[in-house]
Ligand binder design. Structure first.
Ligand code: UDP
Length: 474
């Protein structure tokens, strides 16, 4: 990269406007601010209105938010058309509606932007950045192993292996040391049509990533070293700076106590006082994140499995996370009180949205039944909690495979949602194999924390990122 040009570079950060990406890019933005970099954080109106404490960032004089429309209708909080199965609508709407507004923000920045950090899925940002003359770094907020799976798609198409039939899903993908089966590839690899818009979008993303000057990841070297080396074949600069939620804490002068909440749903903290009353490592925490939607049948299977396992449980059941007829968001308003009144009340707690990092760090929590979103996976890794993985979309299929097969931090329930299996897996993770999984999880948590401490790999990668940004030429 070129010569240092300005004592205070100006970085424009543009996340995919959804809970997970916004949360982790805000952490990066705060770390850049702490390093003295001027930051403009571009948020959608939809997300920005829901952020609980945007004023928190005013403590950084060089930090500002800019907002733009995401192109989708913006109704009441319960009327949210931004769930996982509608991502394509969001991406199309953004390309049509947000793109001109974003181009204006990037080109009219004062002082001029010296670097753009954009979500990897925004292929169109490569041409906007080139037109405006601003160097681009992509930040793929999904896992590197998930991105690697996604990037393998063009080759699978070229070799004639894709699309797969349902009978071929257990075949191993070549070049993955037997780790990845076709069913472990990102969810859209199950689509049968090469011309499907989402497949075309993935192909476009794969061809645009090498156009950026570098790639930022929310991961750490110990977790994904082989994949990170592979990434160097498509990008000259790889920065593995995660887990970002832990990294920010290690750099903030006040440590974790000074951190703002970045949940776009209101956190129900009553579950913490409930957890306080439970025995050590006795509770399995259940959440499917901010986007996934389950059917009513799946809800019943998970519910029965949890109850039958005999374990204590805390379920974060986001409004809108259950499909189906009946009252607007499924009829769990009927079954939850039913079960709670039938003797499970003492060992079950249900909230709409949990303070997840605090929950995972709680000593009463012994495991996490998760949809394997990347933020949730990293939060579980840092907290040293074993996982039962029930993946839905995108990188989650790859993440859950890595949790079981590579990192050995839990079990992969992929493609199955059956009360008997749920109960068995909960008993295994919380009982018969508890010590084995806890030992692995504690060990990985140590590596995660080391990586974000001074001298650790993520700490050094972030310092290198700052240095490179300061050298960028416009
Ligand atoms: N989360 C939370 N409370 C909940 C459920 C989720 O705070 O009840 C947070 C969680 O800590 C994580 C994010 O929402 O940071 C979800 O991101 P992830 O990448 O795991 O999944 P996504 O929602 O993008 O599918």
């Amino acid at each position: 990269m070129g010569k240092e040009t300005s004592p205070s570079p100006h970085v424009v950060i543009f996340p995919l406007p959804l809970q997970g990406p916004v949360k982790c890019m805000l952490k990066l933005a705060e770390m850049l601010s702490l390093a003295g970099i001027r930051v403009t954080f571009v948020n959608s109106h939809h997300v920005h209105r829901r952020l609980p404490d945007p004023a928190y960032f005013s403590k950084y004089p060089n930090f500002r938010f800019q907002t733009l429309p995401d192109g989708l209708p913006d109704g009441l909080p319960d009327d949210n058309p931004r769930s996982g199965d509608q991502i394509l609508d969001l991406l199309w709407a953004m390309e049509a509606v947000s793109q001109p507004a974003f181009r204006e923000i990037l080109s009219s920045g004062s002082p001029a932007a010296t670097c753009l950090i954009a979500e990897g899925v925004f292929s169109w940002c490569a041409s906007v950045a080139a037109d405006v003359g601003v160097p681009l770094l992509y930040f793929d907020t999904i896992s590197p192993c998930g991105l690697w799976g996604l990037l393998s798609l063009p080759n699978l198409i070229q070799s004639g292996e894709f699309p797969f039939t349902d009978e071929e899903l257990d075949e191993v993908v070549a070049g993955t040391d037997g780790v990845i089966r076709r069913r472990d590839l990102p969810s859209f690899c199950r689509i049968k049509d090469v011309n499907d818009p989402i497949i075309q979008l993935v192909i476009e993303e794969a061809s645009h990533i090498p156009l950026a000057q570098g790639l930022i990841f929310n991961t750490f070297h110990h977790l994904e070293a082989p994949i990170l080396s592979q990434m160097l074949t498509i990008s000259p600069n790889i920065y593995a700076v995660g887990p970002l939620h832990a990294h920010l804490k290690s750099r903030l002068p006040g440590g974790e106590h000074s951190i703002a909440s970045d949940s776009i749903w209101e956190e129900d903290k009553t579950c913490i006082s409930w957890l306080d009353k439970q025995p050590s490592k006795s509770v399995i925490y259940v959440s499917i994140g901010s986007l996934a939607v389950m059917t009513r049948d799946q809800l019943y299977e998970i519910w029965h499995g949890l109850v039958d396992s005999g374990s204590r449980f805390l379920w974060a059941r986001r409004p809108g996370s259950v499909l189906g007829p009946g009252p607007k968001h499924g009829d769990d308003d009927v079954i939850v009180p039913l079960y709670l009144s039938q003797g499970t009340k003492e060992r079950g707690c249900v909230v709409g949205w949990a303070p997840q990092e605090e929950v995972l760090a709680h000593p009463s929590v012994g495991g996490f039944l998760t949809h394997s979103g990347w933020n949730s996976t990293l939060e579980s890794v840092v907290a040293g909690k074993p996982m039962i993985c029930w993946p839905f979309h995108a990188d989650q299929q790859v993440n859950s495979r890595y949790v079981e097969e590579v990192w050995r931090l839990g079990l992969d329930m992929k493609d199955i949602c059956d009360r008997v299996v749920v109960a068995e897996m909960v008993r295994e993770v919380m009982g018969s194999r508890k010590d084995e999984f806890s030992e692995r999880a504690n060990e990985m948590a140590k590596f995660a924390k080391m990586s974000v401490s001074p001298g650790g790999s993520s700490f050094l990668d972030f310092d290198r990122l700052i240095k490179d940004i300061k050298m960028m030429k416009i």
